[in-house]
Design a protein around this ligand. Structure first.
Ligand SMILES: *[C@@H]1O[C@H](CO)[C@@H](O)[C@H](O)[C@H]1NC(C)=O
Ligand SMILES: *[C@@H]1O[C@H](CO)[C@@H](O)[C@H](O)[C@H]1NC(C)=O
Ligand SMILES: *[C@@H]1O[C@H](CO)[C@@H](O)[C@H](O)[C@H]1NC(C)=O
Ligand SMILES: *[C@@H]1O[C@H](CO)[C@@H](O)[C@H](O)[C@H]1NC(C)=O
Ligand SMILES: *[C@@H]1O[C@H](CO)[C@@H](O)[C@H](O)[C@H]1NC(C)=O
Ligand SMILES: CC(=O)N[C@H]1CO[C@H](CO)[C@@H](O)[C@@H]1O
Length: 382
């Protein structure tokens, strides 16, 4: 009995030792690599150069899926898992120098986890090393829109699970989070504003992940302007974001007017006739405006992590517009006066002729037509 118990103890200690060893090699060997969704990622691995090189890359946490193999001096794809098809490569010209690193492209969230790099360069000599890969899909854009008294903040295609916060609202709502088949998260929060919140100068919303990515968007209250000149400047307030990565002006929330590219502004075709200038600070100067250009002019400015949205509603009532009230009044007064003058002129003329010659009506009618025409022309030209 004692014998067996001793044996058992030895066995247990051995198991413990092995366990410790494996834990130790496990922790020592795992190399962390963090990559970005849809980009490429290099999983490092080195081998001792030798005559018979064999390399096997295995996705351990993906059910030991075969990722990429190399032997007999070439890449071998016969056992490759379909998930990795056309997405893997080794640096073949550097294998002889000891480089067994794997390049993985179009990175998916499912590619996360532990990878094993198995290398052997001559029979009986092999080595294994482990890489722990994490894949992030950072927050790249936060949208904030206000319709009536509902303000909505949303962001898409994020990993790991994001969090959303409104920085300026008295009430907070638990956001809606959805995850798609690629494991990416969408997040959104719609808040029905209370009377106190409905009149805030701005609505600011941030979306962040534990991976450390974060973006914030601030939507400012729309300002209203009634203008009567055909040339006006709409300002993009407080453009002090440095470096400025984007600046876009849109009309009525959909039509792009101008976009900034490499410190230059490109104006879209239909707006060439109305855009006079975009200043260094982003202000938009418009010319030849008529009532048809009445609408919302929105400036969206963003830096690496922050976006500001300013909207100005421009109501245009120009003097030179053909249907302006001034013209209507002028026409309404001038036409009856001219008509009155004509009629009086004709009546006087006819009377004059009748008394003098008493001739037939035909001549009178002809004369009447001739006299009226130049008068009508004069009226049109005024
Ligand atoms: C292998 O080569 C690639 C391409 O030159 C390089 O990026 C990588 O760092 C190298 N890896 C190792 C472990 O030397
Ligand atoms: C891999 O890294 C992630 C994040 O750093 C960590 O949570 C996970 O436990 C690691 N996995 C292994 C097997 O080391
Ligand atoms: C996430 O948002 C995108 C863009 O609005 C949409 O195409 C996609 O269907 C959404 N995914 C989920 C799971 O709701
Ligand atoms: C602009 O004009 C409209 C009607 O023409 C009026 O309702 C509005 O109060 C005016 N706004 C400003 C800021 O003057
Ligand atoms: C732009 O929006 C305003 C207000 O909604 C509307 O009155 C105007 O007709 C729109 N302009 C165009 C060209 O769609
Ligand atoms: C918490 C916070 O930022 N509150 C601000 C919200 O916006 C108003 C102006 O509209 C500020 O006065 C508050 O300080």
């Amino acid at each position: 009995m004692k014998h067996t118990s001793d044996d058992k103890m030895v066995g247990n200690s051995l198991a413990l030792l092995l366990l410790l060893c494996s834990v130790w090699t496990f922790t020592r060997a795992d190399h962390d690599v963090s990559c970005v969704f849809m980009t490429r990622c290099i999983l490092p691995c080195r081998l001792q150069p030798g005559p018979e090189t064999i390399i096997h890359w295995i996705h351990v946490s993906g059910g030991n899926a075969a990722v990429h193999s190399f032997y007999k001096d070439k890449d071998q794809f016969s056992r490759q898992n379909l998930r990795f098809k056309d997405r893997t490569s080794l640096f073949n010209n550097q294998i002889a120098k000891g480089n067994a690193s794997l390049q993985l492209t179009s990175l998916q969230i499912l590619d996360q986890g532990r990878y094993k790099c198995y290398t052997s360069t001559k029979p009986g000599v092999s080595k294994e090393s482990f890489i722990n890969v994490t894949v992030d899909a950072p927050v790249h854009k936060v949208n904030v829109v206000k319709e009536e008294n509902v303000v909505t903040c949303s962001s898409e295609g994020i990993y790991p699970e994001p969090e959303l916060t409104w920085s300026n609202l008295t009430q907070q709502h638990k956001p809606t989070v959805q995850q798609d088949y690629q494991l990416l998260y969408n997040i959104s929060s719609s808040v029905t504003l209370t009377d106190t919140d409905d009149n805030l100068d701005y609505y600011s919303c941030s979306v962040t992940t534990h991976g450390g990515s974060s973006c914030k968007t601030t939507l400012f209250k729309t300002t209203y302007m009634n203008v009567s000149e055909s040339e006006n400047t709409v300002t993009c307030r407080a453009v002090n974001i440095k470096p400025l990565s984007h600046l876009t002006w849109t009309f009525n929330f959909s039509e792009i007017i101008t976009k900034r590219h490499d410190d230059q502004y490109t104006v879209t075709q239909p707006w060439h006739q109305w855009v006079k200038d975009v200043s260094e600070s982003g202000s938009l100067t418009l010319r030849d405006l008529s009532a048809d250009q009445t609408g919302t002019y929105t400036c969206e400015v963003s830096g690496a992590q922050e976006t500001f949205i300013y909207s100005t509603f421009l109501r245009i009532q120009t003097e030179n517009s053909p249907i302006s009230t001034g013209n209507i009044i002028a026409i309404a007064i001038v036409i009856p006066i001219l008509v009155a003058i004509c009629v009086t002129g004709v009546v006087l003329f006819v009377r004059h002729r009748r008394t003098r010659q008493n001739t037939d009506d035909v001549t009178i009618r002809e004369t009447k037509g001739m006299e009226l025409r130049p008068m009508m022309n004069g009226q049109n030209g005024s």
